[in-house]
Design a protein. Structure first.
Length: 318
């Protein structure tokens, strides 16, 4: 190895099982993949922000195995999660090796989660997730061959909206995860309308109330800023429902329970946000600044696009 090159190292300062209300796990990162340096402390919800290829997913995939063999439930939800809904189980198992441990594990939890969906579990968290899932995506069914249908076997997953398959893929594997748990999710806002990204933020908060912790990478300023606003201002259940009604119209009955759980979680929640820079640093981002602007996402890009448009519109040589 060249003397000028440092070895790739990943230092865990505090590794191991922790309780949701105890000291959170801390990690120090040095020359690991795209990240040159940074420190991360996991909260009840931890957001990874920044441009593509700055190390967000790379670090998430490296954190995930740390918790796999702990006493906590652990789940990694990859960005290609919709495959789990669209492709049959036997094919999933055959191609799982192509995507590594995180995807193979995800498919196993999704498979078992579908079995639980067919039952009437007594577990409070499982009952809540099933009710939420059915009200968000419609009448979801699992047949004797463990295949998913909607609307009483009339609609195949490929015939539904992208949002339906995304929410199905995110929520079903949670049924097979014991709590307290760490759940790592890549870009949960993918294929989900801005209005329902607000709903998604409230869903995650409500699940924190049931023992889940989330580490999330995101490119959505709407999702990130709304989480920041909820954590900072801690609005009442009525105020949150007022917003959701304004943006999506009629809301299902489960939203009342969902919002109540979210408000309870907001009383003591820890939200950590980190910005992965193009220079390879991981910088903690305060909640106050998160509310004003989310770095590396659409506002920053739109400002640059605006400046570029002004420039070319004022020139004759473009």
């Amino acid at each position: 190895m060249s003397e000028n090159k440092k070895p790739i190292r990943f230092k865990a300062l505090e590794v191991g099982a922790i309780k949701p209300d105890s000291t959170l796990t801390k990690f120090k990162i040095e020359n690991f993949g795209p990240v040159k340096e940074g420190e991360i402390e996991l909260g009840d919800i931890t957001l990874f922000l920044g441009y593509p290829s700055t190390g967000k997913s790379y670090i998430m995939r490296s954190l995930y195995p740390v918790f796999v063999f702990s006493k906590f439930g652990t789940l990694f939800v990859p960005y290609y999660r919709e495959f789990s809904v669209l492709i049959p189980d036997d094919v999933q198992r055959d191609i799982g090796y192509m995507f590594g441990l995180s995807y193979t594990s995800f498919i196993a939890h999704f498979y078992e989660g579908k079995k639980i969906l067919k039952t009437q579990p007594n577990d409070e968290a499982k009952k809540y997730i099933i009710d939420l899932l059915r009200e968000l995506v419609g009448d979801i069914q699992v047949d004797d061959n463990n295949r998913i249908y909607y609307k009483n076997d009339l609609i195949l997953p490929a015939e539904t909206s992208a949002m339906t398959t995304e929410l199905t893929a995110m929520l079903i594997p949670l049924l097979d995860i014991k709590t307290p748990a760490y759940v790592f999710i890549e870009e949960p806002e993918a294929h989900i309308h801005y209005a329902y990204q607000l709903v998604l933020a409230v869903i995650f908060l409500s699940l924190v109330n049931l023992g889940y912790k989330f580490v999330i990478s995101t490119h959505s300023d709407i999702f990130a800023q709304f989480l920041g606003e909820l954590v900072k201002y801690k609005p009442s259940k009525e105020k949150i429902l007022e917003l959701l009604k304004n943006v999506i119209g009629d809301i299902p009955p489960t939203f009342d329970k969902m919002t109540a759980r979210a408000v309870e979680a907001l009383k003591q929640i820890s939200l950590k946000t980190y910005y992965f820079t193009k220079e390879g640093k991981v910088v903690q981002h305060s909640i106050d600044s998160l509310i004003i602007t989310t770095p590396g996402i659409s506002v920053e890009v739109m400002n640059k696009l605006f400046d570029w448009t002004i420039d070319i519109s004022s020139r004759n040589d473009c």
